[in-house]
Design a protein around this ligand. Sequence first.
Ligand code: GLU
Length: 490
Amino acid sequence: MSRQVVTRFAPSPTGMLHIGGVRTALFCWLFARKHGGRFILRVEDTDLSRSTDDNIRIIEEGMAWCGLDWDEGPVMGDPTRWKGPHGPYRQMQRMDLYRTKIQELLDKGLAYRCRCSREILDERRKAVEAAGKVFQYNRGLDAGKGCASANHDASQPAAIRFRMPVDGDIVVPDLIKGETRFPADSLDDWIIARTGEGPGDIGVPTYNFCVVVDDTHMEVTHVIRGDDHLNNTPKQIPLFAAFGYDLPAFAHVPMILGADGAKLSKRHGATSITEYQAMGLLPSAVRLALARLSWTPKIDGKAVETAEEELLTDEQMIQLFDLADCQKSAARFDMDKLQWLNQKLIQRASWQELEPHLRPFMPAGWTGKPEGWKAQAIQATQKGKSLTDMAEALRFAFERPAAFDDKAVEKFMTPAVKPALQEVSQLADYTHEGLEAAFAGILERHDLKTKDLAQALRVALCGKPVSPGIFDTLMLVGRAEVVARLERWL
Ligand code: GLU
């Protein structure tokens, strides 16, 4: 019976959550969801100088905001708890397991203690290089000289090396990149634990080792990660075999580049998911834009083409997602496309869907507003490009104008419009139909066009001649406040 699909996202909490990482997490998530599998969040916090709890929190919050829920991993905001049977999901809390696994390899002769000092290694490197070869700490090239064969001083602390294959190629099969071959003699017997404190000690396990222990222990079936890790894979593959674990499938996802073709970095603008959140983007737009960066979804074997087809829902993405449709080479990030998707998804969403995303951008008064009011506010501003645009467009409903646009005052606050404003200030029926009927009468009595009155009202209520539809504007400000704001113009 085939195993249940298990993917994992394994960020190192050494800084903000980069959108490249989010895209990798998204692919892991889509793949797990598509195959009814499990998605694990595992924190690789062995870089003690740079890993912080705060960065872990930022990762958890970024993932949660992006809708990438994990089935196993840390419990959000609580470093002491986790969910899932393979925890803890922070590598620093898994040291005992790593040491047990290292001991197992030592006992089986699949790893060995290496007491070569840096000086000895340097000396041998020079000798090998003088003979025109590349120095590798490897029994094949360096036969008889390493700790694997010699009896070194057992009273000294030692690092531990993994016995790599000596002959042939190590083949990395990859669902995106195809097959890559690495000649075995280009790879060291690499260090799996750094030099311990005393003789017999097992020092701090190294990164590549922990990854494989975790992937086997967590029963990962598909390792989907950035292609900056492709060169680690040939080191890791023999270790899976040493643990007697079926090799997981690998999928190395290409890097994300900026518009100029260089690796996406701060100088291109926002790179952290927190910044995207602050820009007023919907998580669904970010998901879609990131997925589409290096994946061409196919419907009935045909690449999606029309704008409508591009606006895939999560369900469609999950259904269509296929690593075979991901491109091998790096993709350029397209901010305009993300903003276009965002606008389209904002327009398409119901007010109930938008409300929780808009809420963080709204003033405190938002929460207490009745549902009908919120629905109207959202529907009246749903043309905005972003949630921040919508929030900005709704500011008038919470604040009196701090200043008035002089030009607009001059243009729209004409003597002819004042008696009409006077009438508006006396209206009592603030339903859409009520306002519509009343306006018809007012316009006729004062021989005004809709625009004349609407713009004058906008200036009085919002300080500038820009706001949602005039009836929405009046209703959102509310009768008492409309009266108060009109007073100075009458
Ligand atoms: N911790 C690694 C990183 O943040 C990921 C390792 C992996 O996915 O195997 O790049």
